[in-house]
Design a protein around this ligand. Structure first.
Ligand code: SF4
Ligand SMILES: [Zn+2]
Length: 344
């Protein structure tokens, strides 16, 4: 399938950005929740906090085809005081969970999103109980000195997640619309490691314009090629977010989120290519729903449970013995027939 012209991506980027928020709105975080996680072999609870910031600058310029997080942003930069108020409010919900994940709908390390002094406020708020704190960044903002300083203030493990998505430059630029090649993500992972922090990669399953089979092969290959650079690889199947190119295609019948059987195949084959001590995980958003990774919707819950258990335990053997379902036939036919379809 050929991609819609850049004007679709650009006009969607303009439409989804909110107007500049008031100071009262900027004092509220987007969301907090708890979720199961693992620190090594130990199961723990993770505390997740989404801060409201100006969001990702790339989402303004063009944005990635699947990303609608700009809708959760302020439409302007937050001040240090506003970030401080968001953190103070979030601390009322914090119960000392040992794993803390801080999201900003962009890059925590971009000073336009989180002013440098506010970074310290965030990290120090969780110093003590947190044994690991995760933040996300585009590669250009992951610099050794900044990360080293944060790690020292935290006094615990710092984990930096980079949205690599695919190790194939063509897929990254044309299907995902990232503006930097995979080599920049590998270089950033090396800087993260040099700072003493842990690099984690997000890999996307089924960006638009790929067939189901091409998407599976792309993610399997990306796991194999990315794993020397990262400690953890997280496979994120595309789900349909509002205000995105993916939603634009979905509404026109030109995109289906990946099949859960595809994710199972990716994890089984990807696991086999992993080096010692590397982790492979997947915690799909909207799994088992029509707008997320799904099969026939009747076998989905059991498969999603097996994937979560495998992600937490790193024992993937249950994925080899999943109960069969009649929807494996249609999935296999999609894989076979899409390859025969003429180019649109
Ligand atoms: S996926 Fe990441 S880089 Fe792409 S627009 Fe969203 S926040 Fe920005
Ligand atoms: Zn099924």
């Amino acid at each position: 399938m050929s991609a819609p012209g850049p004007s679709v991506a650009l006009s969607l980027a303009r439409e989804r950005r909110p107007a500049a928020a008031s100071s009262a709105d900027a004092s509220h975080y987007v969301n907090v929740w708890r979720e199961p996680e693992a620190l090594g072999a130990e199961r723990v609870d993770a505390f997740v906090l989404i801060l409201r910031t100006r969001g990702c600058y790339w989402a303004d310029a063009k944005g990635c085809t699947m990303c609608g997080y700009a809708r959760d942003t302020l439409g302007r930069s937050a001040t240090e005081e506003e970030i401080g108020r968001q953190v103070a409010a979030a601390l009322h919900r914090y119960r000392g969970e040992p794993y803390v994940k801080i999201y900003t709908s962009g890059s925590f390390l971009d000073p336009r999103e989180v002013p440098p002094k506010a970074r310290s406020t965030v990290v120090r708020a969780f110093a003590g109980p947190a044994r690991r704190l995760l933040l996300e960044s585009l590669p250009e903002f992951a610099q050794v000195e900044d990360l080293r300083a944060l790690r020292e203030e935290l006094g615990a493990e710092l984990e930096v997640a980079l949205g690599l998505e695919s190790t194939q430059p063509e897929v990254l630029s044309r299907a995902v619309h990232k503006h930097e090649p995979p080599s920049e993500y590998f270089a950033a992972a090396a800087r993260v490691r040099e700072s003493g922090a842990r690099p984690k990669a997000y890999l996307l399953l089924k960006p638009p314009y790929l067939t189901e089979r091409e998407a599976i092969e792309d993610t399997v290959r990306s796991i194999r090629e990315a794993q020397p650079h990262f400690d953890t690889l997280s496979v994120n199947p595309v789900h349909i977010q509002g205000g995105t190119v993916v939603e634009h295609l979905y509404r026109r019948g030109l995109y289906r989120p990946p099949w859960l059987w595809s994710l199972v195949e990716v994890l089984r084959r990807g696991r086999a290519s992993l080096g010692e001590g590397k982790r492979l995980v997947s915690f799909p958003t909207s799994g088992g729903n029509r707008r997320g990774v799904h099969n026939c919707l009747s076998c989905d819950a059991g498969i999603l449970h097996a994937i979560e258990e495998a992600s937490l335990s790193q024992d993937f053997s249950a994925l080899d013995t999943l109960p069969a379902c009649a929807c494996q036939g249609p999935w296999a036919r999609v894989n076979a027939l899409e390859a025969l379809a003429p180019e649109a």
